[in-house]
Ligand binder design. Structure first.
Ligand code: BGC
Length: 456
């Protein structure tokens, strides 16, 4: 094997951190009237008896987790604000909600952690859900007003995401009936998409106008699809089309109003072109990973998978980052990257190899500014309830007890060294055959050309 460096240093101003969304960590306390509150009431088995969640809405709970992140050396915390708390009724601003978010932001600042705020992470106020959610064009103006209230109150926050993963919500809330509003229809999906993108444009403008040095984007979801056989012309073109419709088209549509690209990456698949397959599903309930899509079948790559069957494929991540650079040439913030892994068995392997992919992408000229792991703590994984665990910190969702996972220590070691000591981390954190697999994979990530990178 050719020689590769053992220590991979990050630039001095690179920022590491972790991510959450408000609905997933706040628990049920306080006033919150969102479409997801109704959805959970109508699906009472999603949350199990006694589960209260991480309860960030309660004073002290968010603060305690922020303290843990400060101990781990984190520089950035991504969180979201809940529109349904800030504006529980149309046009009425709830000062108590603004005060609570102010407390959390101030606590982050006190701990020298920079907040990165998402305005909307899937959930909507009920008053707007009743009027058609993202299908009603009036939502664009309502969102702009909400953005302007928030911008006025939180002018000290400078990095913003307007929406989280519009593509996922369109697919599983408007084309397929999994997430609220559970609509099924091409017209519904198309209208919702247009309104979401317009809402982004308006919120972008408001944030930029009100906050002098604001940097604004969206978090885009990337399930990265690559041809199973890169020498097959149809398969390659087909994978490119799927990636375009699944993710890249959203960036294309608003690229004049993006200061950076917010990149959420978890997993990727090989795509096998098969014109006789006419089912369509890319996303969906996390516990039911898709196997087929329109004209194609998904094939797993990589040595390991998450608890949800998602392949661990850092090569796909690297390929994606290089593609984003080539296509858009904008700064990138990795706004989510992580794995459902209750036993914390593969998480260290996952973070180590994905951070190597980030490093290598930067070596190849990709302008990546921050890396945020999903998630700070175990939280409400939407349709899966609290059953799936993405946290660097484990949370007992009944007692609320926190336990920092071993993988969080691996991440801490990288953050504190501002670089990746691959040899030392493999020895300290990986077990058995994972060690050899990581060595080979890291070598591959550090030496292969873009065209070969997904084929480990
Ligand atoms: C979403 C998160 C979710 C995570 C893990 C992302 O697509 O933004 O809300 O918890 O995936 O499934």
């Amino acid at each position: 094997m050719s020689q590769v460096p053992h220590f991979l240093p990050f630039p001095k101003d690179f920022r590491f951190g972790t991510s959450v969304s408000s609905f997933q960590v706040e628990g049920n306390s306080g006033t919150r009237k969102s479409d997801w509150d109704i959805f959970l009431q109508n699906h009472p088995t999603i949350i199990k008896p006694g589960e209260v969640g991480p309860e960030w809405w309660k004073k002290g709970k968010a603060e305690g987790d922020i303290d843990l992140m400060a101990d781990l050396g984190m520089h950035v915390q991504r969180l979201s604000f809940e529109w349904a708390r800030i504006e529980p009724e149309e046009g009425k601003i709830n000062l108590e909600a603004l005060r609570r978010y102010r407390e959390v932001i101030d606590h982050l600042k006190k701990k020298q952690i920079t907040p990165l705020v998402t305005l909307n992470h899937y959930t909507l106020p009920q008053w707007i859900a009743k009027k058609g959610s993202w299908e009603n064009p009036k939502i664009v103006e309502a969102f702009e007003k909400y953005a302007s209230v928030v911008a006025y109150e939180f002018g000290d926050v400078t990095t913003w995401l307007t929406l989280n993963e519009p593509g996922v919500l369109i697919e599983i809330g408007y084309l397929l009936p999994y997430f609220p509003p559970q609509r099924v229809g091409l017209a519904a999906a198309n209208t919702a998409r247009t309104n979401m993108l317009n809402a982004h444009r308006r919120a972008y403008t408001v944030l930029k106008k009100r906050i002098l040095n604001a940097s604004v984007s969206m978090a885009f979801a990337f399930r990265w699809y690559r041809p199973e056989n890169p020498y097959n012309f149809f398969e390659t073109q087909y994978a490119n089309v799927v990636d375009y419709f699944d993710s890249l088209n959203y960036i294309e549509a608003v690229k004049d109003k993006l200061d950076f690209i917010g990149c959420n990456f978890y997993a990727g698949y090989f795509l096998h072109f098969n014109p006789s397959t006419i089912r369509f599903r890319l996303h969906g309930p996390a516990s039911k990973p898709p196997k087929t899509i329109l004209f194609g079948e998904l094939r797993k790559a990589g040595a390991y998978t998450s608890d949800l069957g998602a392949p661990i494929v850092p090569g796909f991540f690297l390929e994606l980052l290089l593609t984003l650079k080539k296509r858009f040439d904008k700064p990138i913030i990795i706004t989510e990257n992580g794995i459902a892994d209750r036993r914390d068995y593969h998480r260290s392997f996952y973070y180590l190899t994905h951070l190597v992919a980030v490093w290598r992408a930067m070596q190849q000229g990709v302008d990546i500014r921050q890396y945020l792991a999903w998630s700070t703590i175990d939280n409400l994984e939407w349709l899966e309830g609290y059953a799936e665990e993405f946290g660097l910190v484990h949370v007992d969702q009944v007692s609320g007890k926190r336990t920092v996972r071993k993988s969080a220590h691996l991440y801490r070691d990288i953050v504190k060294a501002n670089g990746i000591d691959t040899k030392a981390l493999i020895t300290k954190y990986l077990q058995g055959e994972q060690q050899e697999k990581a060595e080979l994979l890291i070598h591959h990530l550090l030496t292969k050309h873009k065209s070969e990178i997904v084929a480990e």
